[in-house]
Design a protein around this ligand. Structure first.
Ligand code: PEP
Ligand code: MG
Length: 588
């Protein structure tokens, strides 16, 4: 039977493929693809873990036999039987051999398959054996965790090197931004999660991968089964499970149309980004990893407007990257961009971007009541001066290889500004004392909280440029958690208060003769291009995949004409409706 599930559309396009369910196991497991030559070793790893658990259960059984606990003996027999059951052992091996999942992923995927069969059983006694199965799987996962994975936990290349497979779509209750990053190098053609909002970092990484994604689809991971055929409509936020042949054909047709449109847009790659009235507009790229620089250049971006450096810091079990490792990463981007500006944002962890693999749910409930208002971004950096100093030195060293700019996230207090300036001076002095080369870098602040937008005149005395982080600016202006699907309908980039803060920030920076850019998702959303141009914005930073469609809007815009009409849009009760009406009434 075909089922539709509705969520938030976060990355455009249509994906059709088989569901890969990432179970939210009680034991946190890594999910990655292994290479063909690692399959044998991975199967052996699984076998060893199973043997270890069998020995463990056998030893436990001898202990309880001595103590004559008949019930416990029977329970351990059930566990041993489940451990050796073909449904668990053979099928798990199949996921490794056929799909190239790592052993932990294969195990949790198979747990999901069997657990659902238990759920459907009539017999209550049998249904309750699911808990035993979960305990057995948990033991195996723990045994696997005690072993080292091939290549030390690192994944294989992540790209499947076996051909002729159906496209795969990832379905999960929640995916942490760090896990998303791991999937970034893999083969999924779409993503669906039960939780999350449009600008949660998981959604942002999905968008940067330029593949269709739907978040906040609530029950998706419970409704979809391993290997089901599914369709993701990333434009409307619909997920279709087991579509009928007619629906499938309709979506395949749409997929082809989207491909054609993309090919058309791609031809604009090398066209200069200039409005009808001759204004040159800078289109920059947002990147998460050094390897993303290639996509930025390919898309025709003229620099990097936001390098989210925190992704270098994630999933490292507390081992943060040292100065040299960071320097190499920054230099790689600077050299790849060959003289174009590279804006490196200092680490912005916290809130929905935890350092270690942890879901937003866990973060919210186990660590801090209100993480978005807690020790995140520059607050964390200033609380960790050694770590901050290492990062600043690494960035400054990279400046010897090209044009580097430093961007500071979530500035809200003048005392933070003073501390940042001192930290930068200290890092420079240390490098000079050691005779290490660096050049002058521009220093910028992200405008992400209303306080910063309102303090623009003061900030402009200390910073060379600002970049407006609309994702957080909306969150903090409207008091809406950007990662919480329960309030996603209230997360409104068109809210008059948000637009006024954006306009004011752009105007203040322009008056001060300082650079101003928008690097939040608003910059890559073509519905806002004309409005931002009319506000005086000349620099936009977005996912590489969005550059072409924004350029198309820029090429058709007449900023002088738009400027005369912006007042009415900003004063309207519904700026969105006013903006749409204005654009419809344009002569072209
Ligand atoms: C923003 O807040 O708009 C931004 C660009 O930063 P991030 O999305 O990484 O928080
Ligand atoms: Mg932000």
């Amino acid at each position: 039977m075909s089922i539709q599930v509705f969520g938030q559309p976060v990355s455009r396009g249509v994906a059709i493929g088989r569901a890969v369910l990432v179970a939210s196991s009680r034991v946190d497991v890594a999910h990655y693809f292994i290479d063909t030559d690692q399959v044998e070793a991975e199967v052996a790893r699984l076998r060893d873990a199973r043997n270890e658990v069998a020995a463990e259960l056998g030893a436990l059984k001898s202990e309880v036999l001595e103590e004559a606990h008949a019930e416990l003996v029977a329970l351990l027999d059930v566990h041993l039987m489940l451990l050796h059951d073909e449904m668990l052992s053979d099928a798990t091996k199949q996921w490794i051999v056929e799909r190239h999942y790592n052993a932990e992923w294969a195990m949790s995927a198979q747990l999901e398959v069997i657990a659902r069969q238990f759920d459907e059983m009539e017999d209550e006694y049998l249904r309750e054996r699911k808990a035993d199965l979960e305990q057995v799987v948990e033991r195996v996962l723990k045994a696997l965790a005690r072993q080292t994975a091939p290549n030390g936990q690192a994944a294989g290349s992540g790209a499947r090197d076996f051909a002729g497979e159906d496209p795969l779509i990832l379905v999960a209750s929640d995916i942490s931004p760090a896990d998303m990053l791991q999937f970034k190098r893999s083969v999924f053609t779409g993503f669906v999660t039960d939780v999350g909002g449009r600008t949660s970092h998981t959604a942002i990484v999905a968008r940067s991968m330029d593949i269709p994604a739907v978040v906040g689809a609530r029950e998706a991971s419970r409704i979809v089964r391993q290997d089901d055929w599914i369709i993701i409509d990333g434009d409307t936020g619909v997920l279709i499970v087991n579509p009928s042949p007619i629906v499938l054909e309709e979506y395949r047709f749409r997929q082809r149309q989207i491909e054609l449109e993309r090919a058309k847009l791609n031809r604009l790659r090398h066209t200069p980004s200039v409005t009808l009235d001759g204004q040159v507009i800078e289109l920059l790229a947002n990147i998460e990893l050094p390897s993303d620089a290639a996509a930025a250049i390919e898309a025709g971006a003229v620099g990097v407007g936001l390098f989210r450096s925190e992704f270098l810091f994630m999933n490292r079990n507390g081992q943060l990257p040292d100065e040299n490792e960071q320097f190499e990463a920054y230099r790689a981007v600077v050299q790849a961009m060959a003289g174009m500006p590279v804006t490196i944002r200092t680490v912005d962890v916290g809130a929905d971007k935890p350092l270690d693999r942890m879901s937003a749910h866990e973060l919210r409930h186990e660590h801090s009541l209100n993480p978005a208002l807690g020790l995140r971004a520059i607050r964390w950096s200033l609380a960790e001066p050694e770590m901050f100093g290492r990062q600043l030195r690494a960035i400054l060293r990279a400046s010897a290889f090209g044009r580097v700019r430093i961007l500071v996230p979530m500035v809200a207090h003048m005392s933070e500004v003073q501390q940042v300036l001192q930290a930068v001076d200290r890092a420079k002095a240390q490098l000079s004392a050691d005779g290490v080369a660096y050049t002058e870098v521009e220093l910028g602040a992200m405008i992400e909280v209303p306080a910063a937008a309102l303090m623009m005149p003061s900030l402009m005395r200390h910073f060379d440029f600002v970049s407006i982080g609309t994702n957080d600016l909306i969150q903090y202006t409207l008091a809406i958690d950007r990662a919480d699907e329960a309030v996603a309908h209230l997360y409104d980039p068109w809210h008059p208060a948000v637009l006024q803060l954006v306009e004011r920030t752009i105007a203040c920076a322009n008056e001060a003769g300082k650079g101003v850019s928008v690097c939040g998702e608003m910059a890559g959303d073509s519905a806002f291009t004309e409005l931002l141009l009319a506000m005086g914005l000349r620099s936009f930073s977005m996912h590489p995949a969005q550059v072409a469609s924004i350029k198309q809007r820029v090429l058709r815009a007449d900023v002088r004409a738009l400027r005369t009409q912006i007042g009415a849009v900003l004063a309207a009760d519904s700026p969105q409706e006013a903006c749409v009406a204005l654009l419809k009434s344009r002569p072209n």
